[in-house]
Design a protein around this ligand. Structure first.
Ligand SMILES: C[S@@+](CC[C@H](N)C(=O)[O-])C[C@H]1O[C@@H](n2cnc3c(N)ncnc32)[C@H](O)[C@@H]1O
Length: 226
């Protein structure tokens, strides 16, 4: 599987290098690893799906999903950092109440967001996400089957470094006090399994399709999906 993925990434690079200059510039907005991650999510969606990205950053995940599926995208975040993907509709919100009606979206993504929150904030944001979603929630998280001591130190440094950065961007952001929301695969299954509205939780390592072994897809199916 790993060598197949590397071959696919290699073929994609050759294909990109051979594109005429204008089209190559358009594709250089995307990173091969992120394309592979987006493809894994796109394969779980259908054309026409309304997809929300909570904590969307630049909106790059929705832009990449749109290459594989005809989705109706929307991104929300505390603040929108740049207009790198002007084709993706985005808006800001208060970080607590998602400004959408119940079940407005077929699927919602939370990519590298939950580990920046305290457990109480993560629970509240996840419940808001369940409220606005009809079928599926995709989390991408830094996670491994087990955390060794060095990885725990890495998590602490990441929490502090990213926390200071987000506080500079947004006065409303509060850095969590500990690493409680950095969870192992088993930890995510247990935590999500306890959240109201959740029916099935699948955890899949992105080790084969990402430059980092700890990148992990967590696919949550909701009870409302039937
Ligand atoms: C590591 S960045 C990930 C950005 C993007 N999802 C990606 O995959 O590149 C974490 C994001 O979470 C956002 N964030 C933090 N607290 C949030 C909250 N309560 N609701 C929504 N987004 C939040 C930050 O503003 C930041 O854009």
């Amino acid at each position: 599987m790993t060598s197949l993925t590397l071959q696919a990434a290699g073929a994609a690079c050759v294909w990109l290098a051979n594109l005429p200059r204008g089209r190559r510039r358009a594709w250089s907005r995307y990173r091969p690893w992120n394309l592979l991650k987006s493809h894994a999510i796109a394969s779980r969606l259908v054309d026409g799906d309304a997809v929300l990205d909570v904590g969307c950053g630049t909106g790059h995940m929705l832009a990449q999903l749109s290459l594989f599926r005809k989705i109706r995208p929307h991104g929300v975040d505390l603040s929108i950092m740049s207009a790198r993907f002007p084709e993706i509709p985005t808006s800001t919100y208060d970080g607590r109440t998602l400004p959408f009606d119940d079940q407005s979206f077929d699927a919602t993504m939370l990519c590298y967001v939950m580990h920046h929150l305290s457990p109480a904030e993560a629970r509240a944001l996840f419940q808001e996400t369940v409220r606005v979603t009809r079928r599926r929630i995709f989390l991408i998280e830094d996670s491994l089957p087990l955390f060794g001591p060095l990885y725990r130190i890495r998590n602490r440094l990441h929490r502090i470094e990213a926390g200071l950065r987000y506080r500079d961007f947004d006065a409303g952001y509060q850095m969590p006090q500990d690493e409680a929301m950095f969870k192992t695969h088993v930890g995510w299954r247990a935590w999500l399994g306890e959240q109201p509205g959740v029916s099935v939780v699948d955890v899949e390592s992105f080790a084969d399709v990402s430059q980092h072994d700890h990148h992990t897809l967590i696919d949550v199916r909701l009870a409302t999906a039937g």
